[in-house]
Design a protein around this ligand. Sequence first.
Ligand SMILES: [Zn+2]
Length: 315
Amino acid sequence: MKKIPVVIVSGFLGSGKTSFLQIMIEQCIENKLKPGVVLNELSEENVEDHLFSGNPLYEILGGCICCTLKSSLKQVFEELLTKQAHTPIDILFIEGTGVANPLELKNVVIRDEFKKYFEFHSLVTLVDASNFLDFKSILWTSKNERELMRQQIISADLICVNKTDLVKQVKLDKVIAKLNEDVQSSAIILKTTHAAIPLSTILRLKTDKGNENVIKHPVHHSGIKAVQLKGIKNIERQTFIDWFNNQPDLLRAKGIITFKEDKQFYSFQYAANQLAISPVRFNRDPIIVLIGNGTKIENLKEDFIEKVDSRKLVN
Ligand SMILES: [Zn+2]
């Protein structure tokens, strides 16, 4: 049996990993390659599953496959291998959570029990050019989080410096200079908007250090977690936007919401003090996911309910 190449997709919270995966899937299909995707979220529900409808997707939710849910990843591998006989895939993408240590994921791929079937292909790390310097600053993140970001960068075969349309050249130069302190000499750095990378670039990455176990000092991130708010309807648009101003304890947020003003469905994304809201063309129960450090994120959830949810009703 031909081994299934595995591409590990890493990147800090909100760096564009999901966009990257969508682009990879599209291009795989155009090139008659059947992709498989393993998607991991800290939250109990995936608020972006609509983006993958119609494609083989394995979701691992409510924790992180680099640590607490490592055994779930092994189960997914076993399931995938049993399906390989009738619905084979040609390439597998594994997207870790924004705080995953990609080397921990790689270590599962190269385990003795799987290395007959899977072959580590490459590790791609996305970086959000617009907030990378903020996330590297002590004002925004803890020492542990910064070390995780460093490991995501140091272990990458390709660094995708994403969202370059949101930054001026001077800032972009600073981001690249900062990255160069950590990247491997053999790694490629690409500047992108919307994570648009040709599949051919990824396929060419194939490294020969595939089966090396490189992790020496794993860093864990038990402090970071996701909280969910459900059943919130008819939020006032301006109250919602105002709440996201000045939230230094909020690392990331996303979800599907409706506004009182027009009752339409919107998806929103928040990372490093930037909030983006865009209309969506489907209906689903509104859900909000907030990601941050332990007790701080519980407090933020309470604050959100207090200030934004006039009904004060959550799950
Ligand atoms: Zn983890």
